[in-house]
Design a protein around this ligand. Structure first.
Ligand SMILES: Cc1ncc(COP(=O)(O)O)c(C=O)c1O
Length: 397
């Protein structure tokens, strides 16, 4: 597969995150305004011509294009090193639009058996309706390659699985899959372009839940697809038909959040590393799942793939004890919030088997190690000493 050429970046990752919107107006405003208008006037009413937006579409109607949303798309395309991007009102809107576009009756999709729960729920619901086969395999590049056959139209995966943090070797996939025949879609929500740019490994589309690290403040829901110009053009039609465009206020919030993506991600990763090392030594902890730990079985793949010596802000650990002990621990947390989601400023804890992972098939949950005594932490931007103090008092029972 020949990897095509990408949009021009303004600089390195933080420079692109700050300046990549390329907004210019007659007032000299450097910050893209929130364009609330849903309607844009035709220049030539007879032939329906309106103002062009930079990907060659007319700016006419808010379900098609919005200038604030467009500014964010320019930033994301630069961060992911792709030609273009398309923003949606949630990560699931981006994922469902992708699956509806690519899957047709008789197709097979190959996914790791550990995947974001609503993506599974969607596939499980689409499978009987569309007559598609969903092959759920062990989360490794080798197992994925083995499962791909001539009926496979898509491989869809997350670089780092949730909640057990297994890392999939994209380099191996790139070497062993025929990416002209099968579309590789990579959900890069956990790892972000700070750690890995999936297009480097032949991904045709990169997905993000921007609700997580891109937004970064637990106050906005959004999603995005980044990829080749012609792919994005086709998906643009699907976005228009399905109605999933990201709204301008949310686009503005994410434009603001994404400017600090790199500093936030770096600090969250450093905090998570410290917390993982602390928990690994704790007598009440059976196992810590974090690829930043040198003993972790995914450490070497992560080190090879990741562009920085950082391993993300999410870790999971297995408490020595029963589900009731986990409940006691969770109830004792003070600073760390008992909430779903991840990637924001606040540290949060969840019991995956009772939350998102409940859509993973029960026998797969057992194989993957998603037991009732597993806790997932999304580490925030607080002072790490305070996070550890909270964990320490909550583990003291
Ligand atoms: C890896 C991953 N992908 C996709 C999604 C869906 O994103 P959203 O909640 O923005 O629809 C999530 C949400 O948690 C996620 O963790």
């Amino acid at each position: 597969m020949v990897i095509k050429h990408w949009c021009k970046t303004m600089g390195r990752i933080s420079t692109d995150a700050i300046h990549g919107h390329e907004h210019k107006d007659s007032l000299g405003s450097h910050i893209p305004p929130i364009y609330l208008s849903v309607i844009y006037e035709y220049i030539d009413y007879e032939i329906g011509e309106a103002v062009f937006i930079d990907r060659g579409n007319y700016l006419r109607y808010g379900r098609e294009e919005n200038p604030t949303t467009r500014a964010l798309e320019r930033v994301v395309a630069k961060l992911e090193n792709t030609e273009d991007a398309l923003a949606f009102n949630s990560g699931m809107a981006a994922i469902s639009t992708t699956l509806l576009h690519y899957l047709k009756s008789g197709d097979k999709i190959v996914v790791p058996m550990e995947l974001y729960s609503s993506t599974f729920a969607l596939l499980d619901n689409l499978s009987p309706k569309l007559g598609i086969k969903v092959a759920k395999v062990w989360p490794s590049a080798e197992a994925i390659v083995e499962a791909v056959d001539s009926s496979t139209s898509i491989v869809f995966l997350e670089v780092m699985t949730n909640p057990t943090n297994k890392v999939i070797d994209l380099e191996y996939l790139y070497k062993h899959l025929d990416l002209d025949k099968v579309v590789l879609v990579v959900d890069n929500t956990f790892t972000t372009p700070i750690l890995v740019k999936p297009v480097k490994y032949g991904a045709k589309l990169v997905v993000h839940s921007m609700t997580k690290y891109f937004g970064g403040h637990n106050d906005v829901v959004g999603g995005v697809l980044a990829g080749y110009r012609d792919t994005i053009k086709t998906l643009w039609e699907w976005r228009r038909m399905l109605g999933g465009i990201l709204q301008p206020f949310e686009a503005y919030m994410i434009l603001r959040g994404v400017k600090t993506l790199e500093v936030r991600y770096e600090k969250q990763s450093r905090n998570a590393q410290t917390v993982a090392e602390y928990l690994a030594e704790h007598t009440k902890v059976e196992e810590v799942m974090y690829p930043g730990l040198t003993k972790n079985p995914y450490h070497s793949i992560a080190k090879k793939l990741f562009e920085k010596p950082l391993f993300g802000g999410v870790l999971s650990f297995r408490l020595k004890g029963s589900y009731n002990d986990v409940i006691t621990f969770m109830k004792k947390l003070k600073l760390i919030k008992r909430c779903p989601s991840l990637g924001g400023t606040e540290s949060m804890a969840v019991i995956p088997s009772k939350a998102a992972a409940k859509f993973i098939d029960p026998e797969h949950r057992v194989k993957l190690g998603i037991t009732d005594n597993l806790v997932r932490l999304s580490i925030g931007l607080e002072d790490v000493e305070d996070i550890i103090e909270d964990l320490s008092q909550a583990l003291n029972f």
